[in-house]
Design a binder for this molecule. Structure first.
Ligand SMILES: Cc1cc2nc3c(=O)[nH]c(=O)nc-3n(C[C@H](O)[C@H](O)[C@H](O)COP(=O)(O)OP(=O)(O)OC[C@H]3O[C@@H](n4cnc5c(N)ncnc54)[C@H](O)[C@@H]3O)c2cc1C
Length: 339
């Protein structure tokens, strides 16, 4: 079955089958069927963080378990969300119900069940700022487990789900907590221009939506958002870099390291608009790789390797892909694929 509608790079790849699960029992049953057929399984939301390198031989399982339940006490709202709720719909839903918190995370593509995996973040806010727990089903035995936020080991575009739980689990729900003592986060981009004393979550939501619509490619152009993570480097390296390039955007981290803008590094290599076959570096935002026509996964990967090698040559910094690489049998190591 065609996967073109299920990956935002819009790559024309195929899977053996695509199946949709609307509840936990269905999810487990489809998984068991795939095992009986001796086929691998790939859980997918909207495919906005994956690069299919080739056709997938297994079953793609779309998790569409829905439902939003809200409870509250004097201090906070507690929102339990099914993994199959679209993330931006959830953000809109909470903002419409006067529950603030997610406004900076508006318009991030994908489903709620995928959000904890790379601890989605934008404009100074991350999922981990609100996440209380993540419910998963272990697919080899059907057992449901609730992981606390601590157990999820959230980090920058990272969580336990990228490591210990590979391949044999499905996220089925996410629990979020929103404090009733809301504080706006206005440290990034045009949000800095807003007055923190007279600001509403709705205004931030609207500003974020406008910024993202201006910055990101039209969704009809195949892409997966930021292709690489912003590199975290040690303070000594950052100081050396800043001496040579005083205009480099950098963000000191609480753990002592410094995060620098990968887009700036790529831009400084003059790679904006650079094209390889049907893959290109987006001319308005160097961190985004786009499918300009009928690209295949290996063209995108070849371009990514070129960009990564170029940046390493110029700055001695190796960029790490944020996007997950999927081969014929399942996920493959993205850094390995670019080395
Ligand atoms: C234009 C654009 C802008 C973006 N902007 C941002 C941004 O600002 N910040 C940010 O953090 N990200 C951003 N992204 C990346 C992407 O939107 C997020 O990573 C999102 O959470 C992916 O959701 P998805 O449902 O599409 O996941 P998919 O791409 O479908 O899946 C991602 C990974 O999660 C696994 N998976 C999916 N669902 C489940 C499940 N229920 N259980 C277990 N595993 C599962 C998949 O197997 C895959 O490995 C952007 C992407 C695009 C295209």
């Amino acid at each position: 079955m065609r996967l073109k509608p299920f990956n935002t790079f819009s790559l024309n790849v195929y899977a053996h089958r695509v199946a949709t699960a609307h509840n936990e029992a269905q999810l487990f049953m489809l998984w068991k069927q795939a095992l009986q057929m001796n086929r691998p399984v790939l859980l997918l939301g909207s495919g906005s963080n994956v690069l299919f390198l080739e056709n997938y031989t297994g079953i793609v399982l779309l998790n569409r378990i829905k439902g939003i339940v809200i409870q509250e006490d004097a201090e906070a709202w507690y929102v339990h969300v099914g993994a199959g709720e679209l993330w931006h719909d959830l953000v809109t839903y909470t903002i419409n119900r006067q529950i603030p918190g997610l406004e900076n995370l508006a318009l991030i593509p994908g489903y709620t069940g995928s959000a904890p995996i790379q601890n989605i973040g934008a404009y100074g806010v991350e999922l981990q700022d609100f996440c209380k727990y993540v419910d998963i089903i272990q697919l080899d035995n059907g057992k449901k487990i609730r992981l606390s936020a601590l157990e999820c080991q959230f980090g920058y575009r990272d969580s336990i789900f990228k490591h210990n739980y590979r391949d044999n689990y499905a996220i089925v729900a996410v629990g979020l907590r929103f404090s009733k003592f809301w504080r706006p986060v206005l440290n990034y981009g045009e949000l800095r221009l807003l007055n923190p004393h007279h600001i509403t979550p709705r205004q931030i939501f609207d500003t974020v939506c406008t910024m993202r619509r201006n910055k990101l490619p039209n969704p009809k152009i195949g892409n997966a958002g930021s292709f690489f993570k912003n590199p975290l480097i040690d303070t000594k390296t950052a100081t050396q870099l800043l001496t040579c390039y005083p205009d480099i955007p950098y963000y000191p981290q609480t753990n002592g390291g410094v995060k620098i803008a990968a887009g700036w590094l790529i831009d400084r290599c003059k790679l904006k608009g650079y094209q390889f076959g049907n893959a290109a570096v987006y001319e308005k935002q160097a961190l985004i790789l786009i499918n300009v026509g009928h690209a295949n996964g290996s063209e995108i990967a070849t371009l990514a390797k070129y960009v990564r090698d170029y940046v390493a040559d110029k700055f001695a910094i190796w960029l790490e892909p944020e996007v997950r690489f999927i081969g014929a049998e399942g996920e493959v190591d993205a850094i390995g694929a670019l080395s």
